[in-house]
Design a binder for this molecule. Structure first.
Ligand code: NOJ
Ligand code: CA
Length: 567
């Protein structure tokens, strides 16, 4: 059997690799715990709080980038892949963190930006200093009659092409910020260098990598313009996302790292991939990713569209029908291939409870969302603070928003005549900065995160971990119980079937050999009855507000959830 070949049992259960049992907790390192009170979270802080993460029931930690970076894009712009950013600590802090993670039988996944580097990276510096440098070919240089080769737009605004800072007629490609030049993955040396970086961290004990932006490593023919667009630099990911060559480029890199350590986990960030592309990326034995995570599985709809605003900032609402369609497809398409990622959010999008307009007083819907998502077939990825019901930070002034997307939107909305308050309200609802607030440990001046004014600070909701730990029927307890259930073989490896139910009920069956269980969630505002499709005796594993279970009929209140097992 090849190194990364997986054995998929009939019914979809994948067996054998540690990450098939992973329950991932995503930590935004700058915002989790500040150990030296400079206002910025750090690695020592994370180490101090590992027991909390373990007690929650997570067994794997994913850290957003921790390498040396000018922090143009919060660490995604790496200038040295072989060292820890001094803001977050040093290599000794890292080693101690890994030791403590492994002591708890947990795993560590590092975020590895592979599509681009910082413009301060020595490769790029050498590439611009010396046109004959071998590192010139590490990046993508083009021109057309001394001009930009095409009209492609960057995800961060403007053109994807920026002029060589040291002069000449060539432009380099950057699909994100212009301070983040794209690497030239066509060049085998780039793939090899990236594999060397991964191996360096494997040697330091890292168990896996989130491959940041990997879907962009291949680009279409640069002569092709994006047609029929009104903007000067339209964004069309057809030309720079999910191209067939992505898989080929990735292969050498993954193969090299897996040859070094076969059970390294590659979690690809495939934000715009559909289920079929996800299957292609994760096909066993092909040296692609082991799993991918998309941002397209939240079951959101946009009924209150403001046609003047970009899609990302449109108000979103949960649509149960859409969620059902999404997961029935993802689960079916991946059933013989890999595990779907189960998540309600990450650092690139506002927190789920705000995004979906969940009422502050509703104690049940957050639990229903968790039950519905995480007990499906797949690997949960929980964004830090979600388990205690943390909400978006609420900023007061326009100048508090300093992420590029937010800044661009402010300018755009001002030009269109929106008032400051309208812009602030929209950003507080939708902007990613609002989701990157300090973890709320306890009720003091800076929520137990630091004694220093935190790097990202604004009004926040009142929940804290300390208080949540005291509540016996609160959200945190519910998450703990849920994740315990998730860690059982039936919920890790069983097959998945979404059941045909009334529109507001989300119900599915999990099955493994002779074991069977049902997860039923009522997203509606009325109590409903639901007949469980079994004639056997059943018992409740977990419930929230599900009032009764009589003769296999469950009566389930609004926003209630119940998990039932056959006996
Ligand atoms: C994806 C990351 O999740 C996001 O935060 C970042 O801005 C982009 N990659 C570009 O690096
Ligand atoms: Ca610190």
């Amino acid at each position: 059997m090849l190194a990364n070949e997986k054995v998929f049992k009939k019914g979809g259960a994948a067996m054998g690799n540690w990450y098939e049992q992973a329950i991932i907790y995503q930590i935004y390192p700058k915002s989790f715990k500040d150990s030296n009170n400079d206002g910025i979270g750090d690695l020592v802080g994370i180490t101090q709080k590992l027991d909390y993460v373990q007690n929650l029931g997570a067994n794997t930690i994913w850290l957003n980038p921790i390498f040396v970076s000018p922090q143009v894009d919060n660490g995604y712009d790496v200038s040295n892949y072989f060292a820890i950013d001094p803001l977050l600590g040093n290599m000794n802090d890292f080693k101690e963190m890994v030791t403590q993670i492994h002591k708890r039988n947990m795993h560590l996944i590092l975020d590895l930006p592979i599509n681009d580097t910082s413009d301060q990276h020595p490769w790029f510096q050498d590439a611009i200093a010396n046109k004959d440098s071998i590192f010139r070919e590490y990046y993508i240089w083009q021109e057309k009659d001394g001009q930009r080769p095409n009209n492609w737009g960057s995800f961060f605004g403007g053109s994807v092409w920026a002029p060589d800072p040291k002069g000449g007629s060539q432009y380099y490609c950057h699909v994100f910020d212009k301070k983040m030049p794209d690497l030239n993955w066509q060049n085998p040396e780039v793939r090899k260098s990236m594999a060397d970086i991964a191996k360096f961290w494997v040697d330091k004990g890292v168990d896996g990598f989130r491959l940041d932006a990997f879907i962009h490593i291949a680009k279409a023919n640069f002569e092709q313009q994006i047609l029929n667009q009104k903007e000067k630099y339209p964004v069309d990911s057809a030309f720079y996302a999910n191209l067939p060559e992505v898989k080929n480029y990735l292969k050498d890199f993954v193969k090299a790292v897996k040859a070094y350590k076969p059970d390294v986990f590659f979690l690809g960030e495939a934000s715009s991939a559909d289920a079929y592309q996800a299957a292609e990326y994760t096909r066993p034995s092909q040296f692609g990713c082991d799993m991918v995570v998309t941002s397209d599985n939240y079951g959101e709809v946009y009924p209150l569209k403001d046609k003047k605003l970009p899609m990302f900032f449109q108000p979103r609402y949960l649509d149960v029908k859409r969620l059902k369609e999404t997961f029935s497809i993802w689960e079916a398409v991946l059933s013989q291939t890999s595990l779907p990622a189960l998540t309600w959010g990450n650092h690139d999008i506002s927190r789920v409870l705000d995004r979906l307009h969940v009422d502050e007083s509703d104690q049940d819907l957050p639990k229903a969302l968790a039950a519905c998502m995480y007990l499906q077939r797949g690997v949960p990825i929980i964004y830090y603070g979600e388990e205690i019901g943390m909400r978006n930070l609420k900023y007061k002034k326009l100048k508090d928003f300093h992420d590029q997307r937010g800044v661009d939107l402010i300018q755009f909305m001002q030009e269109k005549g929106y008032s400051d308050q309208e812009i602030i309200d929209l950003l507080n609802q939708q902007d990613e900065m609002t989701a990157r607030g300090p973890f709320q440990w306890q009720n003091d001046k800076y929520v137990g995160f630091s004694t220093h004014h935190p790097w990202n600070w604004a009004e926040h909701n009142e929940v804290t971990a300390a208080e949540s730990l005291r509540e016996s029927d609160g959200q945190l307890e519910f998450y703990k119980a849920l994740l315990k259930i998730k860690a059982s073989p039936l919920f890790e490896a069983g097959s998945y079937l979404l059941l045909d139910t009334q529109p507001q009920i989300y119900a599915y069956e999990r099955k493994l050999n002779k074991q069977r269980a049902f997860v039923i969630v009522n997203f509606g505002t009325q109590t409903v009855k639901y007949r469980i499709p079994t004639l056997k005796v059943v018992h409740t594993l977990l419930s929230n507000k599900a009032s009764s279970l009589v003769d296999n009929v469950v009566t389930i209140e609004a926003h209630g959830s119940i998990v039932i097992e056959e006996k």
